[in-house]
Each structure stands twice: as C-alpha cells, then as structure tokens.
Design a protein around this ligand. Structure first.
Ligand code: HEM
Ligand code: SF4
Ligand code: SF4
Length: 526
C-alpha cells in the first residue's frame, strides 16, 4: 500500500507542477480540489433549477422539453443544460482526485477517519444523482441506463414488484414512476449536501470556496465548452425497441457494461467489497499514531491562541481548574488531535530564550517538544562555518532536507512549519547561531496540517500572534513553500539566499541579545 501511495504522490506532484505552469500558485486546481467540488455543486444546482423550469415532468413530453431547451433556447436554457452536464462531469473528476489525493497524502488515518468515512456515502450519492439524471432525458441512453440499473437493483429482491417491469413495454411506464425518478434526482443531491456538511465538521475553517480567479477561469472554461460542444440528447427512448449502440458517459456510467455482462452476484459482491474496503481504509495497517498535544497548566495563562490556531477543532476552552487567576484553560480532545504542533507554535510560552529548566510551554507535543526543538537547533548550528551560515527549518511533508546539510547549511526537522514559534528566528539570529533562517514546507494551500503555512506567514508578517519581533532583520529570513516536489527548487533557493547573505553587512541583531522573557502574567491575554 505504501508503494501505491508513493506512486500516487509522485503523480500528484507532477500534476501540481504541470498545472503550476498555467495557474498562479494559489489558484492551482490540485490544491483546491475540495473547494472546486463545492463550486461545481453550486453550478449544478443553479443550472438544474433553471433547466427544471422548462422541463416537462411527464414521461411523454420530457424528451421534447429538453430538445426545446437545447435547440430553440440554446443561448440560455441550452447553455444551462450543458453547464449542468459538464459541471457534473467536473464534479466527478475533482471528487475522485480529492479522494485519491487525501489517500496519497496519508490524510485519512487516525482522527481524520471521520472526513474519510463520511466521504464514502457522498461519493455514492454523487454517482447515484448523476445516474438518475440520465434517466430524465428519456432518450435511448436514458432507456438503457434505466433498464440496466433497475434490473441490477431487482437482483437484491427487496422490491415487492420488480421495478424493471416499468420498462418492459411502452404502456408499462407510468408518469408516476417517472415523477418518482425526478424526485430522486432532486432529493439525492440534497442528502449529499447534508452529508457534505457533516464531512466538514471536524475541520476548522474548511476551504469551501476556491480563489475567485480560479473559480472565474473554471467557469469560463465550462461556458466555452458548453458553446463549442453543447450537451445533446440521443434519439428518443422507445420501449418497443431494445436500445443498442448507446454512447455512454464515461464519467458516471463506466461500470454499466460490467453490470450487463457479469453475473449479478459478482457485481453486487464486488460493489459490497469495494465499499467495505473504502470504509475500512483508515484502520488498515500500518497504524501509527503519535502522542497527542499535552497541556501544562503551570505555564498556561488561558490566552486561547492554541484554541484559535488548532486546525481540527481539537481544543476546547473550559473553566480554570487549578485555582490560578485565569478564566479559562485549554483541553485537548484525543479523538480530534492530529499531533500537528500548531498549538505549541502559537503558545506565548514557547520561548527558546527561556532557561532550559523553564522551556515547557503551556501546550506541547510529547514526541516533539519545543525544548527538543531548541536542542536540535543548537545541534544543527554547531560547527557551521563561513559568512552565510543558514539554518533551514522544514516540515516532514515538504521538500527533502537530508541533501541540504553542508558546512554552511544546517537543517532542523519539524512536524509542521506552524510548529515553529517565530521567536526561534529571533533566537537563531540574535544568538549568532546562523546568519540566515529559512522556513520550508508544503506548497501554499496544500499544508498537510491545513493551516501551518497560513499561520506561519501571518505570524512572520506581524498579523497573527505570536508575532516575529520587528527588530529581526527580514533580509535574513526566507520562506520557501515548495511541497515535496520542490527539492530542486529548495536547493536553488538556498544557493540564492547564501549569495544574498554574503552581500549583507555583519549580522547586527546578534549584538543585542534579549533579556529572558517574564513568566506568564496572571492576566488573560487579549
Ligand atoms: C463532492 C464531494 C466532496 C467535496 C465537495 C469535498 C470537500 C471537502 C473539503 C472542502 C474539505 C476540507 C479541505 C480543507 O479545508 O482542508 C474536505 C476534506 C476531506 N475530504 Fe472531502 N469532499 C468530497 C468528497 C470526499 C470523498 C469522496 C472523500 C473520501 C472518501 C473525501 C475525503 C476527505 C478527507 C479525508 C478530508 C480531510 C482532510 C484533512 O483532514 O485535512 N472527501 N473535503
Ligand atoms: S497538535 Fe494540532 S490538532 Fe492537536 S491540539 Fe494542537 S493544534 Fe490541535
Ligand atoms: S498559554 Fe498556551 S496553552 Fe495556554 S491558552 Fe495560551 S496558547 Fe493555549
């Protein structure tokens, strides 16, 4: 399974790089798959409502009403029909890519099981909604889809009367059954939307809207496609004839030829196995679960920064229990914590300047403590020489760090870039541990821990607590958000940084070592 995941990851890295040639980094579609899924959902909803206005819900006139839209009112209803069709195809593409990408990035285990498992019924409902949409056109393809799918459902033996009987002869199909199909086509996407809401319950501030530029470009592409290749119907359905040579839609109906050819026991068996495997995936080996974040009340003033920065809603604030004069204290929910360390990076007590015995923040990762991070920083800086000594702090999910180490470059691994308190940058430069600091990690919008890059960028820019102090010479700091595919670019960025440091006058900030910060005050930070 690990080999498959590695191959998939490489495939996504390649796709991300390829699309990076066409789109600015923040618009890269690979980095916005979930948000694009929502965008296509809204396009399908709006175009569906418009098409429904002109759609005749009776079985005898449904085909004609769609023909009218396609040919007579091609300039609006026809485009809406095409948007509905192509938006649905696009939804399948981004949904399946989103699913495979989350798998490839190992973002489905542990507490993330919730988003994964709720994704499975969404996938089923999206397919069923699309398939039921094909019935409504009531052309030859609709007839084929209706017959094959009802015969398959009848194999379950749960319907009193076989439903495929409705399609035996022209008189058999009642408008009532057709109306039921329309009802299903509306109800199923609504159920999918409700599950989508549940899908996002365990992530904080989910990105459900793609960047405006990406949304407009994708919409323009859909309009262009709708004008160049309007969605059309096949010949009208005729229950007196067996439909043959229907052109299949390969997005929604790729398995239909199998349903026709393989025995029902095999196809139902395969479908059940596939679903069971999908649901079981988060619990399949190898199971590795790092220890979750731990709160140390002795060093916590209840400022709530960790609560604000947690990307998985894993922290709640409760009434203070230790008798100190603070109102609140954070509590970590073990079922939600992914051990990303963003909380430790946000805590005002994660201060490397503190004396060794005191370096115990209000919240920390027991497997990757801030104290250990400071030791690693010293170890990596030890023995560096030259005028452009650089310390690179990089996360596990970013570019490869191992090849960077040299006599002038030291590397310090992080769980996530957001785990690094900005004070470390100040510490390295003011203690003359290096002449420059570089932070690297996942690509923008693609943080493995969701907000590591955003929070880090805001902290460095002084827009989010804890700020990087203004006295830090920004020319001695670089960020390189490049993702795992960016190893070569990281090497180039380090070379460029080395050259720019050589042009700078001697590091000034190292001459003014800061005093030790005070212990947390007995007041609640704003
Ligand atoms: C129409 C279909 C879907 C849409 C629109 C959708 C949308 C989203 C969005 C917006 C997020 C939050 C991303 C973020 O802000 O970090 C998300 C997370 C996630 N989705 Fe989906 N999703 C869909 C289907 C699926 C399916 C079929 C699966 C897998 C079976 C899946 C698995 C996941 C997982 C595991 C996460 C959590 C990632 C994390 O923990 O950071 N999704 N989805
Ligand atoms: S380690 Fe990450 S998920 Fe866990 S509490 Fe801290 S910020 Fe939240
Ligand atoms: S002091 Fe640290 S642990 Fe306490 S609430 Fe603030 S960020 Fe969280």
């Amino acid at each position: 399974m690990n080999l498959a995941r590695l191959a998939l990851r490489r495939g996504f890295d390649w796709l991300e790089l390829a699309l990076g040639q066409l789109f600015p980094p923040a618009w890269n579609p690979v980095l916005n798959l979930g948000a694009l899924g929502f965008f296509f959902y809204w396009i399908i909803t709006v175009s569906g409502i418009y098409v429904y206005i002109f759609f005749d819900t009776g079985v005898h006139n449904a085909y004609q009403s769609i023909e009218y839209m396609t040919h007579e009112q091609w300039y609006l209803a026809g485009i809406m029909r095409s948007l509905h069709r192509y938006g649905s195809d696009a939804l399948i593409i981004v949904m399946m890519l989103h699913l495979v990408r989350e798998f490839a990035r190992d973002r489905y285990r542990g507490v993330r099981w919730f988003s994964w498992v709720t994704g499975v019924p969404i996938m089923v409902f999206v397919f069923v909604a699309g398939i039921s949409g094909y019935w409504l056109v009531w052309d030859k393809l609709a007839q084929y889809v209706a017959i094959v799918s009802t015969e398959w459902l009848d194999l379950l033996g749960i319907f009193g009367e076989p439903i495929a009987r409705n399609f035996l002869s022209p008189d058999a199909l009642e408008s009532r059954f057709f109306t039921l199909m329309i009802f299903m086509h509306i109800a199923i996407p609504l159920i999918a939307l409700a599950i989508l809401w549940i899908h996002l319950q365990r992530v904080t501030k989910p990105r459900i809207n793609p960047p405006r530029g990406l949304a407009l470009s994708v919409f323009a592409m859909l309009i262009a496609l709708s004008l160049a290749h309007p969605a059309t119907s096949q010949a009208p359905a005729d229950l007196a004839l067996v439909p043959g040579n229907v052109g299949l839609d390969w997005f929604y109906l790729p398995l239909f030829p199998l349903l026709e050819t393989l025995p029902g026991s095999v196809t139902w068996g395969l479908a059940a196995c596939l679903l069971a495997i999908m649901i079981a995936i988060p619990w399949l080996p190898p199971m590795k679960r790092p220890r979750i974040a731990e709160v140390d009340l002795a060093n916590c003033n209840g400022c709530a920064r960790c609560y604000d920065d947690c990307p998985y809603n894993a922290i709640t604030l409760v009434a203070r229990s230790d008798g100190r004069a603070f109102e609140r204290e954070p509590v970590v929910n073990p079922d939600y914590c992914v051990s990303c360390g963003l909380c430790a990076g946000s805590c005002p007590t994660s201060m490397p300047f503190r004396r060794l015995s005191e370096l115990s923040p209000g919240i920390d990762l027991p497997d990757h403590t801030i104290a250990r991070l400071r030791d690693q920083t010293h170890e990596a800086a030890h023995g560096l020489s030259g005028h452009s000594r650089i310390l690179v702090f990089g996360c596990d999910s970013g570019p490869r760090l191992a090849d960077l180490s040299s006599t002038s470059v030291g590397v310090v691994p992080l769980v996530c870039a957001g785990q690094l308190p900005p004070a470390f940058v100040d510490y390295v430069l003011s203690r003359d541990l290096a002449d420059g600091v570089m932070l690297t990690g996942c690509a923008e919008n693609s943080c493995q821990m969701r907000f590591g890059i955003d929070w880090t960028s805001q902290r460095l820019a002084g827009e989010r607590d804890p700020h990087l102090r203004t006295r830090v010479d920004r020319r001695r700091l670089r960020t390189a958000w490049l993702g795992p595919a960016g190893s070569a670019r990281l090497n180039a960025a380090v070379d460029e940084f080395t050259a720019s440091l050589a042009d700078l006058p001697r590091n000034q900030s190292r001459q003014t070592p800061p005093s030790l910060p005070p212990a947390p005050k007995e007041t609640v930070d704003a």
